[in-house]
Design a protein around this ligand. Sequence first.
Ligand code: NI
Ligand code: MN
Length: 227
Amino acid sequence: MTNKLTWYGHATLGLETGGYKLIIDPFFSDNPSASTSADSVEADFILISHGHGDHVGDGVALAKRTGATVISVNEIAVWFGNQGVKSHGQHLGGGFKHPFGYLKLTLALHGSALPDGSNGGNPCGFLLTTNDGKKIYMAQDTGLFGDMKLIGEEGIDLALLPIGDNFTMGPDDALRAVKMLQPKVVIPIHYNTWGLIAQDPNAWAERVQKETNTKVVVLKPGESYSV
Ligand code: NI
Ligand code: MN
């Protein structure tokens, strides 16, 4: 079994694992870096890390078209549920065995107001243990925090880390995150969507590979990596 991770631009990810299709933070329509449209992807499950518009994105329309179940913190799960979408609420530190694997919500240092001003609760990241035992950590929007060391103790095969700065960790702190997480592979996200978060991912990759044992995979929007 392989797990195919696709970066659609910004923090929007696709993951195919064991026959299930997941879309994480489905921001396509207003995303200048999106490689495709929300109409052209399929989903069995949609993971939402927090309430901001560049993460909730096309989530409601995508869930309604595909019949996918939305998984998020409880506040956001209820918000989707109120719009007629199937949803499953969890909370930080809590894991649940979904058909596609065991998904735990992790700490994230960020905000989480929903597009209509509703309270989205606390933002989260995702730690997925796939059914074939691979650990994939999707940090999504967060600043650096020391408990990444605890997440790293789980043995991360693949980490997705923001490097854009301004709204999330920038390159310096993302390098420190790699040192704490010690993933086998890291893929940078949440950069170059707008000028405000412009970064050179290849320069970051050189630094990471010089100072750590982690392999950096720099994707272009639409490209995939398999673990
Ligand atoms: Ni955000
Ligand atoms: Mn964001």
